[in-house]
Design a protein around this ligand. Structure first.
Ligand code: SAM
Ligand code: DTB
Ligand code: SF4
Length: 342
């Protein structure tokens, strides 16, 4: 208790110790939820959730060995490898996403890193999506400094690149690139002024201590990620983690709550894994400070809840989609709506 009370939890810090984070994860559930709510309401309207749509612009056939991933070529998951989509097809999907109320469009590719020749094609997609008034996000694997600059110049707002798990556990999950490679890509992204989207996966067999270390690693990055996707492992047949036992749902909620406390101004995304969550569990995640979701029936290759089900859940909980000018965490709900160009 003493470790927790010494640290005002909702301040923006980059020097979290593992025992402090662990102490937050260990709080009685009601105390943790109350603190997370308080931090959430300090920076956001607790009744607004940001809506992103995800599109796989290049699926499967990935040379990497991420133990959770249905798109790794070496696992037999039934995912068919495709080529990079045509720009016009991508733009059509973005138009649909916008018509359905998304404010951010995230394009994902199953690459270790993009080839330089891919960059102009992706740049054209980004340019077109941005021109529709959507926020743009991409997740294409590792980036060089030059690639990050080119994507920024094409109008990319966010780059998603996850640390995925704690530094300690990383080597058990991925062998084809290092934790440091991830940090390097994040640095290239920050250096060109793009916003970072960085989080990871829980439920891969980690201990609570390792979850604390995963959260600590995120919060101690040189800048807090603007968006923090917290994915619950989707157990896909054929991957090494297919038989992993399910994480206690309250542990998942605790992870969200501590992410909210450590990174109070960031968007915390209740990301993969919602398809198998009850409405009640998702509501608890929103109460814990999650304020973003992926909307639309598919993530990259796995299922997401039906759009109608999400809209119904929003209605039942009195949640409104967040206009995109409020996603930085610095614009409080009290600020007049007319200052928002969304
Ligand atoms: N290939 C790029 C990379 O790995 O950086 C981008 C796409 S990759 C699919 C994006 C993220 O999706 C991963 O970092 C991981 O966090 C998440 N992800 C992949 N498979 C998942 C699964 N089965 N369950 C939960 N999250 C998953
Ligand atoms: C993130 O952290 N989660 C999203 C997004 N970033 C790209 C991807 C989830 C993928 C889940 C497995 C699949 O659908 O293939
Ligand atoms: Fe490839 Fe990304 Fe999947 Fe890893 S997570 S196997 S890099 S698509």
């Amino acid at each position: 208790m003493s470790v927790v009370s010494q640290a005002p939890a909702a301040t923006v810090r980059h020097d979290w110790r593992r025992d402090e984070v662990r102490a937050l994860l260990d709080l009685p559930f009601a105390d943790l939820m109350q603190r997370a709510q308080q931090a959430h309401r300090q920076h956001f309207d607790a009744n607004q959730v940001q809506v992103s749509t995800l599109l796989s612009i290049k699926t499967g056939g990935c040379p990497e060995d991420c133990a959770y991933c249905p798109q790794a070529q070496r696992y037999h998951t039934g995912v068919e490898a495709t080529k990079l989509m045509d720009t016009e097809q991508v733009l059509e999907k973005a138009r649909q996403a916008k018509a359905n109320g998304a404010t951010r469009f995230c394009m994902g590719a199953a690459w270790r890193s993009p080839k330089d020749r891919d960059i102009p094609k992706v740049a054209a997609m980004i340019h077109g999506v941005k021109a529709m008034g959507l926020e743009t996000c991409a997740t294409l694997g590792m980036l060089s400094a030059d690639q990050a600059r080119d994507l920024r110049e094409a109008g990319l707002d966010y780059y998603n690149h996850n640390i995925d798990t704690s530094p300690e556990m990383y080597g058990d999950i991925i062998h084809t690139r290092e934790f440091q490679d991830r940090l390097d890509t994040l640095e290239h992204v920050r250096d060109v002024g793009m916003k970072t989207c960085c989080g990871g996966i829980v439920g891969m067999g980690e201990t609570r201590h390792q979850r604390a270390d995963f959260l600590r690693a995120l919060a101690n990055l040189p800048a807090h990620p603007d968006s923090v996707p917290i994915n619950r492992l989707v157990r896909v047949e054929g991957t090494p983690l297919a038989e992993q036992s399910e994480l206690d749902p309250f542990e998942f909620v605790r992870t969200i709550a501590v992410a909210r406390l450590l990174m109070p101004k960031s968007m915390v995304r209740l990301s993969a894994g919602r398809e198998t969550m009850s409405d009640e569990l998702q509501a608890l995640c929103f109460l814990a400070g999650a304020n973003s979701i992926f909307y639309g029936e598919k993530l990259l290759t796995t299922a997401n809840p039906e759009a109608d089900a999400d809209m119904q859940l929003f209605r039942r909980l009195g949640i409104e989609p967040m206009p995109h000018c409020e996603t930085s965490g610095t614009v409080h709900a009290d600020i007049a709506e007319d200052s928002c160009a969304a």
